[in-house]
Design a protein around this ligand. Structure first.
Ligand SMILES: Cc1ncc(COP(=O)(O)O)c(C=O)c1O
Length: 423
């Protein structure tokens, strides 16, 4: 077991933090009290509501649900939301207590819920890293927000690349060397499935980092795309076995709820306590909490699973069809997310084409500017020369994407200038 000592790893000011308390932490709101404790507006939300508590139709552009009972309690919006979200946390535990990686059970004390997993990424930095002094380790190519959040917090980044010649797997031995050499590295961020690499990281490689003999730090596994990977892939419940493991997830991807901003971090109770102490007390809005709770019900999970199936069918279709387009090269990384990383070449593969950023950038711009299809150019990322990252869309969107890419690449490989591709 790694020599993890939270008292020496977390920032001293955070360890000493007395979290904000509200009067309702002491006197639960059972619906019968007169609530004059939080400077809310007792008359109600400043919204034109009909007697059922729904927004009046005329006030919502494009809404056709004005008279139906809303899922969201509009009438209750004048009150602050629940700062603890225990019921929502219990639902996440039910979802992830699969007993695949441990027989132990997650409980609400293992959880932090935030405004997307982006809040968890930032909260962890503020919990463990002293600005201007401490560092984090990342494994490029990887998700850009680790770097942005680190920079905002004045935290340096030590980079140990994924093995670009070997399917973008982790290099645990190199990571462990870097961690042994620098005790100011407080966290290692590992993305699994990776973005932009779409591959799961081996559990045994993560375990090698967790078993580091001397490093006193935290391993953060970002599982934003985990529900596109095979069943049982999530390591969320494994946090019950490791005091220094954090697993982040989000409702933004497979659950299709990027608009509500709900992310979650599973971890040991002492780390969860610190994260919950440092967060803004009312970070999860009542509508977000209501929709997230609904999303985890069996009926709504059935819809999520149906859409996920459809995405996987379209992902398989892209895997079949893309290589048939002249100028498309190999898929890099894996196929365990809702996107694919694919090379654009300077010549058709049959003529010995090589990955080309020039082709990829021209295709990216022509697709977006004249063909109405926006993908992501990733050719500047480590080991991603010539790559576009394609999110899997609906059947019609994939059809359009394939058609337009064929036209655009044909033009580029024939040497047409980008202006003519835009016509
Ligand atoms: C790897 C990864 N982690 C986290 C996020 C952020 O998710 P959220 O919407 O929950 O903030 C993203 C979003 O693209 C992502 O790709």
């Amino acid at each position: 077991m790694a020599p993890f000592d939270l008292a020496k790893c977390a920032r001293p000011n955070i360890l000493k933090l007395q979290p904000y308390r509200c009067a309702r932490d002491d006197y639960k709101d059972d619906g019968t009290n007169v609530l004059l404790d939080a400077n809310e507006n007792a008359y109600g939300p400043g919204l034109a509501l009909n007697p059922e508590g729904a927004l009046q139709e005329s006030t919502v552009t494009g809404s056709s649900t004005g008279s139906s009972k809303p899922e969201i309690d509009f009438l209750g919006l004048n009150r602050y939301p629940d700062p603890h979200q225990v019921e929502l946390k219990k639902l996440f535990c039910q979802l992830r207590n699969t007993h695949t990686h441990t027989q132990k059970d997650l409980g609400p004390e293992n959880l932090f819920v935030g405004v997307g997993s982006d809040e968890a990424i930032d909260a962890l930095l503020r919990c463990f890293c002293v600005p201007g002094k401490d560092k984090i380790l990342t494994c490029p190519p990887t998700y850009g927000m680790y770097g942005v959040s680190a920079q905002v917090n004045d935290i340096e980044i030590v980079k140990v690349p994924l093995d670009v010649d070997n399917g973008f797997q982790l290099q645990p031995e190199k990571i462990n060397e870097a961690l042994a050499a620098d005790s100011s590295i407080k966290m290692a961020y590992i993305c699994s499935p990776g973005n932009p690499t779409a591959n799961l990281i081996k559990k045994s490689d993560i375990q090698k980092v967790l078993e580091h003999p001397t490093w006193n730090g935290v391993v953060v596994v970002d599982e934003a795309y985990i529900d596109f990977a095979p069943e049982g892939s999530s390591l969320a419940e494994w946090v019950t076995e490791w005091p220094n493991l954090v697993v982040m997830q989000t409702l933004s991807k497979a659950f299709g709820l990027a608009g509500i901003r709900l992310g979650v971090a599973f971890t040991s109770p002492p780390i969860a306590t610190l994260l919950n102490s440092l967060k803004a007390p009312y970070n999860i809005s009542s509508p977000t909490s209501a929709i997230a709770t609904a999303a985890l019900s069996p009926t709504n999970m059935t819809v999520m699973k149906k859409y996920r199936e459809q995405i996987i069918v379209q992902r398989d279709r892209l895997v079949q069809e893309l290589p048939k387009i002249p100028g498309v090269g190999r898929f890099l990384g894996g196929q365990e997310a809702n996107f694919l990383l694919v090379e654009m070449l300077d010549k058709p593969a049959s003529e010995g084409g090589k990955p080309s950023n020039k082709t990829a950038l021209a295709a990216y711009e022509a697709m977006a500017e004249k063909r109405g299809v926006v993908v992501r150019f990733r050719g500047k990322e480590l080991g991603c020369e010539g790559c576009l990252r394609i999110t899997v869309g609906t059947e019609q969107e994939v059809t359009k994407f394939l058609q337009e890419l064929r036209v655009v690449l044909d033009g580029i490989l024939k040497g047409a200038d980008i202006q003519s591709l835009r016509e």
